[in-house]
Design a protein around this ligand. Structure first.
Ligand SMILES: O=C(O)CCC(=O)C(=O)O
Length: 268
């Protein structure tokens, strides 16, 4: 399965609409991949809380349409990262915003919607402004040669909560996608926890982060792909903008699970 990780780097001086146009063109140029993955909240920025309300859009808004078009132009499945979704009505916490990821098929059809379950901010930021997602999302994505791979969706801070990934693994996930806006200050946790989630679930984990400085917060980059055996097979050793290209051998995951069947020894 050929995967492109698009690590985006930018500052607050790049306007929202210009960034959407730039990234849509970048994605449209990624022909030949089975899957293209973008980071979390790359258009509104992960730490630009003050602008989130103004940047919010519905599920069928201009951001989603631009990403559907970009998937079609690339002819690849696109995990478009996340955006600030304007919910049709307030949720249980009274908010009308959510941190929502969308996955589009190569023909531009919407395949999946995932709302970030664990909100980051310790009472500020996401918990103060956004509803928490409630649904674990696992779906089959095309993996090349007429095969599919069961894939779990999560976002950034979710990576700190292993029980979410175990539920994805129980639902059959062998590929775990994690877009993020993870700051440089804790980027060591980002790479370490990514390897841990891959090893403990014997799954391929794809992490795509942002770079640049957003609302005075330097972002960490260091996007990576970790195999089920814990090997880092692609990594950005920096926080600059870059497209990482990787060929993932999914048959190796199945073989590894059979050769080292640790998941069968769980005691609940
Ligand atoms: O957990 C962390 O250290 C960073 C999480 C984060 O920045 C986010 O979820 O947006």
């Amino acid at each position: 399965m050929r995967i492109a990780l698009v690590q985006l780097a930018y500052g607050d001086d790049e306007p929202f609409a210009a960034r959407v146009d730039r990234v849509a063109a970048l994605v449209a140029g990624q022909a030949g991949y089975d899957l293209v993955v973008l980071p979390e909240l790359w258009a509104p920025t992960g730490f630009g809380y003050r602008r989130w309300d103004g940047d919010a859009q519905p599920l069928d808004g201009a951001w989603a349409r631009a990403m559907a078009d970009a998937a079609r132009a690339a002819g690849a499945t696109l995990h478009a990262g996340s955006f600030v979704e304007r919910l049709p009505e307030p949720g249980p916490d009274g908010h009308t915003l959510a941190n929502t990821s969308l996955v589009f098929a190569a023909d531009g059809a919407l395949l999946a919607t995932y709302r970030k379950i664990h909100r980051f901010g310790f009472g500020a930021g996401e918990p103060r402004l956004m509803e928490a997602g409630e649904d674990v999302v696992v779906l089959d994505l095309p993996a090349g040669d007429d095969t599919t791979v069961r894939t779990g969706l999560s976002t950034c801070y979710d990576l700190r909560f292993p029980e979410l990934y175990r539920r994805q693994q129980e639902a059959g996930a062998e590929l775990l996608l994690v877009p993020a806006a993870w700051p440089a200050a804790r980027v060591g946790h980002w790479t370490l926890l990514g390897r841990a989630r891959a090893v403990e679930n014997q799954a391929v984990l794809v992490q795509v982060n942002t770079g640049g400085t957003h609302a005075r917060t330097p972002m960490g980059g260091r996007s990576q792909v970790v195999t089920a055996a814990g090997e880092v097979v692609a990594e950005a050793a920096h926080a600059d903008e870059a497209v990482l290209s990787v060929d993932v051998d999914l048959a190796a995951t199945t073989a590894y699970r059979e050769a080292f069947p640790v998941l069968a020894d769980r005691r609940l």
